[in-house]
Design a protein around this ligand. Structure first.
Ligand code: NDP
Ligand code: HSE
Length: 441
């Protein structure tokens, strides 16, 4: 067997420690597949005294990840710190400048700087492995870059954040019949549990506000359509406004609520959007629950393909990091986004206002005669057709608040936003109306 691949790892938290554990426990099968041993020679984290549950005795310790990336006795550098700027970015740039390939799980970094880093890597004759950055343990980067390489991909979408899917699943399993919503506390409690399990980002608002899904979607878009990574073009809406009431009404209407990232090509432009969606129960993606993620990609020759697996946590993410390391040990060097970075195109963006779909609306209005007629008139004036309306029971006394649920037929986002502005301005409307887009895949 040839000489070992020497690896320097920065970040020894959930993913870093998980990676070291996997490299140690599965060393034999990994060496057989890579054709050589994979040996961690250097590590770096902030707190040297912390017990990571892994043996670091044979590794050189660095306090400074940038110094490690440039100076460690290593062939490849693994960045598992996180963040789009600061130490993570500097150490990746330093590793590439030293001619070392990089493996990272950092979707924020690639969403903001992916094209520039890909150019730097390719100019240096090295590569950036980032299987772990999208959908945890699902080999979707390999799937798109290699498995579907012969196809024109027209659409890619999926559940890309394990924390949000875990929260929405728990809200659903937790119940809360229509009219009897579970306390807001339950959202916070479930988020804490996701943090304890190692699923959430260092700043969990990245998860619940949809930013993490948008980071991953921007990467998938570049890979699927051969274009530059354009995070700023992604429309982003998270799950904070999804209430237990919405979850239970969705179930009653035959749907579940999922946070989806969707990228598609429409007449030469690219639409990238992240928002909660009502997905018809029975659709394959509707049954993807808990920390699981799923990605669907449509190619012109392969047709629809779907990939499912755990989207977060130490084991699945380490699995993806190690797959990249094995590729590098084998000498596989592919263009980072499947096409040479200098040949990635710049496609125009389709603005969200031009999106069109059916909508679920939740209003909180005064329970008194004429209110529904006023709401209906606004929708009529905006040329929005109602599919159904639900108002359960009555408020305790006339003039008190009652939730009203409206399902619409397909309309444009621009028309819907204008109508909701008018509904929000009605005297009988007590809180900003909430909308959830209904998808029909
Ligand atoms: P953690 O917070 O658990 O670990 C971060 C590690 O980075 C810690 O070991 C920390 O050191 C170290 N670190 C932070 N700042 C510095 C610095 N300036 N210099 C040196 N070391 C530093 O994060 P995760 O392991 O959860 O995430 C790591 C990356 O993986 C992120 O990019 C994340 O988005 C990504 N990711 C995470 C997944 C998950 O399920 N958790 C899944 C997929 C991707 P110390 O321990 O001493 O504080
Ligand atoms: N916080 C992310 C998630 C980690 O919950 O999906 C995996 O990228």
């Amino acid at each position: 067997m040839s000489t070992a691949l020497r690896i320097a790892v920065a970040g020894l938290g959930t993913v870093g420690a998980g990676t070291l554990r996997l490299l140690n426990e599965n060393a034999e099968v990994i060496a057989a597949r890579a054709g050589r041993a994979l040996q961690v020679t250097a590590v770096c984290a902030r707190d040297r005294s912390r017990d990571r549950g892994v043996d670091l005795s044979g590794c050189q310790w660095f306090d400074d990840p940038v110094a490690m990336a440039a100076e460690a006795e290593a062939d490849v550098v693994v960045e598992l710190i996180g963040g789009s700027e600061g130490a993570a970015k500097q150490m990746v740039e330093a590793a590439l400048a030293a001619g070392r390939s990089v493996v990272t799980a950092n979707k924020a970094l690639l969403a903001h700087h992916g094209t520039a880093l890909a150019r730097q890597a390719e100019a240096a004759g090295c590569t950036i492995g980032y299987e772990a950055a999208v959908a945890g343990g699902i080999p979707i980067i390999k799937g798109l870059r290699e498995g579907l390489a012969g196809n024109n991909v027209s659409r890619v979408y999926g559940i890309l954040n394990g924390t949000c899917n875990y929260i929405l699943t728990q809200m659903s399993a937790g119940g809360g019949a229509p009219g009897n919503p579970v306390e807001r506390q339950s959202f916070e409690a479930v988020l804490s549990e996701a943090q304890r399990l190692g699923y959430a980002e260092a700043d969990p608002s990245f998860d619940v506000d949809g930013v993490d899904t948008a980071h991953k979607l921007a990467i998938l878009t570049a890979l699927a359509f051969g274009c530059e990574v354009d995070f700023d073009a992604v429309f982003v809406e998270g799950i904070r406004n999804v209430s237990a009431l919405d979850v239970s009404y969705a179930e009653e209407l035959g749907y579940c609520i999922k946070l989806l990232g969707v990228a598609q090509q429409v007449n030469g432009a690219v639409e990238q959007r992240v928002h909660p969606c009502m997905v018809r129960i029975g659709q394959p993606i509707a049954s993807v629950d808990g920390v699981f993620n799923a990605v669907v990609a449509d190619g012109d020759f392969v047709d629809t393909t779907m990939y499912e697996g755990r989207g977060a946590g130490a084991g699945p993410t380490a699995s993806a990091v190690v797959a990249d390391l094995i590729d590098i040990a084998r000498g596989t060097v592919l263009p980072v986004f499947g096409i040479a970075a200098d040949r990635l195109s710049r496609l125009p963006t389709l603005p969200m206002e031009r999106h069109s779909c059916a909508y679920y609306l939740r209003l909180l209005v005064l329970d008194k005669p004429g209110v529904i007629a006023e709401v209906s008139a606004v929708l009529r004036d905006a040329d929005i057709s109602m599919e159904s309306m639900l108002q359960r029971g009555r408020a305790q006394g006339e003039g008190e608040a009652v939730p009203v649920i409206i399902m619409t037929h397909e309309t444009s986002e621009a028309a819907m936003r204008a109508a909701l502005d008018r509904i929000a301005g009605l005297e009988a409307t007590l809180e900003p109306p909430q909308l959830i887009r209904i998808v029909d895949f």
